[in-house]
Write a protein that binds this ligand. Sequence first.
Ligand SMILES: *Cc1c(COP(=O)(O)O)cnc(C)c1O
Length: 388
Amino acid sequence: MKNRKLLMIPGPIEFTPEVMRAMAMPTTSHVAPAFVECMGEAIERTREVFLSPGGQPFIVAGSGTMAMDMAACNVIEPGDTALVVNTGYFSDRFGVILERYGARVTHVKTPAIGDAPSLDEVEAEIKKGDYKVLTVTHVDTSTAVLTDIKGLAGLCRKYGILSIVDGVCSVAGEELRQGEWGVDIVLTACQKAVGVPPGLALLVASPKAIEVFKNRRTPVGSYYSDWANWLPIMESYENRKAAYFGTQAVNLVWALNVSLEQILAEGMDTRFARHRLMSKAFKAAMTALGLKQIPVSEGKAANTLSAPYFPEGITGSVLPLIAQAGVILAGGLHAEIREKYFRVGHMGVVSASDILATVGAIEAGLAKAGYKFEHGEGLAAAQAVLLQ
Ligand SMILES: *Cc1c(COP(=O)(O)O)cnc(C)c1O
């Protein structure tokens, strides 16, 4: 019997065998010619995956939070104003990070959990203040709420505000066109839809973001994340010359380069469409089983993850039963409703069979927990979407 469970959480996710093989290659020097070529390619491919032809990629050892830290510390100076379009847990975190670097932070949020502020609400707030920076979480990992990045980036351009998108749960899964939409900074971590074991922070900055950084009056408050240290390194590797500031996470970069190649081979549009289909199939299954979901409408629901409420009479103790049936899911994260829901990541290499296996395991867990439903109804609903 296979002693292997399917990992369907919002990161780390399932990785391809090719990515895992790259992790196991003999580690080279970070200045070895083969690694320089790999790092150079990874930088170029990052630009393509972010759909940001004019952007400057940064690939640095660290988690997604480090990428948020890098974005904030390089463009924020003490006294700057920042508007956080707040949809939950990671928006709160961005507010704290911005404040740590001296920003005066205002949050715009809706009272309802599962909702996101409308463009009109955000614009009304923008008109009240004189904001330098706006941050927004593309997919809120605590609620599976999706925000309108195209619309918000448009507002930022209209009012001359620097836009920063936390794309940790979205980049390479959710449609996000940094160049075309004019987003100034997009950041992610490699363990989510990018499909590499945890450890790399990825960030792409627009020419305007780099200009804002270069025109700073005060030094960057973080030594490790300072673009003054990393920009020459990224430029050098892209020109296929070795450079040192901090040792690159060599094997992770090997793995990243493989994953980026696989992502681009699929094609970004095909990949976005596949994520939409997998999400639709999974969400249809939850609805068929009688489970409500946190996002208030389809338009505000992410395609990289789902956040269903437990049905009446069922608690988090169903998650170990689902795990026994072979699929690992995540519990709640949003403080106010933590015990009432669970989270299912369906991003990266997720396939139709992963969705069916996950729905099957959820049905098995619910049945064992005593929930009354028509067995197979979730599977049938998912299959109906997948067969369309
Ligand atoms: C996971 C996540 C983060 C944090 O990333 P870490 O790698 O855990 O530091 C930040 N923002 C969002 C939207 C996330 O999903």
